[in-house]
Design a protein around this ligand. Structure first.
Ligand SMILES: Cc1cc2nc3c(=O)[nH]c(=O)nc-3n(C[C@H](O)[C@H](O)[C@H](O)COP(=O)(O)O)c2cc1C
Length: 175
């Protein structure tokens, strides 16, 4: 499938079917896409924890404070992306260039993961409203949890038109 088709297909699903989980073969391809994503100095300063069953439910609870992300309780698979240490080279670059490469790397990995999910017909939603401390405890991870990617199948797939700023607003071509 052409990449722009995948980009148009992917959307943030907030109405998951709690009775339909994601096949293991598809989860393997989804994490493989995350591993193939580029990162500063190829440092891959992140870890993926794929949570299913009761663990997914516990992680869901960590994404719902003040009534946000209520749909998370129906999500069968919660993929937690947590930080790992920088390589020496990337740490030096981040310091010298005052740039948070690790967050950028995690963002790119999320894009690859959700794009691969979309190409496999798996619905997803990136969740940034999360309780890092609680997730670390549940998943037994040391690095800060930065994003959770909800994966599953929509009760009723709905392709809504993309709401985006115009090309004129977003892009400047210079010669
Ligand atoms: C870093 C990040 C954090 C996000 N956090 C949440 C979240 O906590 N809950 C939610 O419902 N959507 C969340 N989203 C999804 C965005 O709201 C969504 O991508 C955006 O509105 C564009 O819609 P689309 O994904 O359907 O194209 C997040 C997206 C990103 C990239």
């Amino acid at each position: 499938m052409d990449f722009l088709n995948i980009a148009n297909l992917r959307y943030s699903c907030r109405d998951f079917d709690p009775n339909r989980t994601v096949e293991r073969e598809k989860l393997q391809k989804i994490v493989e896409a995350g591993i193939l994503s580029p990162s500063a100095c190829n440092g891959q300063p992140y870890h993926f924890t794929v949570c299913e069953g009761e663990v997914a439910k516990k992680v869901a609870k960590c994404t719902t404070d003040v009534g946000i992300n209520k749909f998370a309780y129906d999500v069968p698979v919660m993929l937690v992306i947590s930080e790992e240490p920088y390589t020496k080279m990337a740490a030096m670059g981040a310091k010298l260039k005052h740039n948070d490469y690790r967050s950028i790397d995690i963002g790119i990995a999320s894009a690859y993961i959700t794009a691969e999910a979309a190409s496999l017909g798996v619905d997803s939603c990136i969740l940034g409203w999360i309780n890092d401390e609680q997730i670390r405890d549940i998943c037994d991870i040391k690095g800060a949890a930065r994003l959770v990617i909800a994966l599953g199948y929509a009760k009723e797939p709905k392709l809504r038109p993309k709401k985006r700023k115009s090309v004129e607003e977003m892009v400047t071509f210079k010669k």
